[in-house]
Design a protein around this ligand. Structure first.
Ligand code: AMP
Length: 308
């Protein structure tokens, strides 16, 4: 099954308490596609500038990602600079340079239009909508966004959300989008904007999935070495959507498993800068960590303690 993703392909400069890197490979669509590529075929839509090296394109191709829809335009590649304190949950954005994204008009290659799944990664919501308009009959559409667009392009974002099945955002974004401090109330409000399912990522506290029937809580893997959280959200979404497309099963049960595969991919990405840790994972490593998640939350029915 094929999964279409539109989002940023970027050069990131990141400072964490453990180190600093400049102009490394990043971007929402890059992290998403790499994580999803372990589960399903991925078709990438994005734009890069003339400064984007062949080595990065070769890496994406080596993961089997279709980059026919990755345009190269005159100008510079999107750049993002962010910083994390010891509280690694949320990045502080220091600089955002849209560069070639400013004038980008995505045109999907013919083969992309039949995609069964679509992920609108974090990017201008007008571009998210442009892409959605070109896909014929996707079975499942999910979306991400961030504070930059919630405050800067709210109307366009609400329009996109009207066409989306699943929204995947972090807790700060959920509060900002719903203008509501309580997450359960925020989830109710956000689901009234369109998405039937809402996943709220809570960094080291895991993720919550809300729909009309239930709330599912998944922990985050208790990591001893969190090096750089950049890309955790996009890799979560990649594992989540990749598993859904692999199985084409959108039952509650299966979506819960997808949340765990998302958490597994996120847990790997934070172990190193950029995509280094998820460049070449072993399927056994992925399955083992999935099983560790299962173990982490497994508990038995209580003994008959209230009936002595
Ligand atoms: P996350 O998974 O939330 O940590 O996303 C990190 C990625 O988002 C980085 O690699 C950035 O290049 C990318 N990013 C940051 N700001 C934006 C933005 N305004 N639009 C699109 N992508 C962005």
């Amino acid at each position: 099954m094929s999964l279409l993703v539109v989002g940023s392909v970027a050069f990131d400069s990141v400072r964490t308490p453990f180190g600093e890197v400049e102009d490394i490979l990043g971007g929402s669509a890059t992290y998403f596609s790499t994580a999803a590529s372990y589960f399903t075929d991925v078709n990438l839509v994005a734009v890069v500038g003339e400064d984007f090296p062949a080595q990065h394109l070769n890496f994406l191709k080596s993961r089997g990602i279709n980059i026919e829809g990755l345009e190269k335009q005159a100008g510079k590649t999107f750049r993002w600079k962010g910083e994390y304190g010891y509280q690694l949950n949320e990045a502080q954005t220091l600089e955002t340079h849209l560069n070639v994204f400013e004038a980008f008009k995505p045109v999907l290659p013919a083969s992309y239009k039949e995609a069964e799944g679509v992920f609108l990664a974090n990017i201008n919501p007008e571009l998210q909508m442009d892409v959605l308009n070109q896909v014929r009959s996707p079975k499942i559409i999910a979306c991400d966004t961030m504070n930059f667009w919630i405050s800067g392009k709210r109307e366009a974002l609400l329009k996109t959300l009207g066409h989306v099945d699943i929204l995947v955002i972090n807790d700060g974004e959920a509060r900002q989008l719903a203008q509501e401090a309580n997450l359960v109330k925020a989830a109710k409000a956000i689901r009234s904007y369109g998405p039937k399912h809402l996943i709220i990522k809570r960094g080291e506290y895991g993720a919550l999935m809300f729909n009309s029937q239930s709330i599912f809580a998944a922990p985050a893997y208790p990591m001893e070495n969190v090096f750089d959280p950049t890309g955790a959200g996009d890799s979560f979404a990649g594992g989540f959507m990749g598993y859904l497309l692999n199985t084409m099963n959108f039952t509650e049960e299966n979506m819960r498993q997808a949340v765990i595969f998302g958490s597994v991919m996120a847990s790997f990405v934070v172990e190193d800068f950029s995509l280094n840790r998820i460049r070449a994972l072993d399927y056994k490593e992925i399955l083992n960590r999935y099983r560790e998640f299962k173990q982490l939350t497994h508990f038995e029915e209580p003994e008959d303690v209230f009936n002595p």
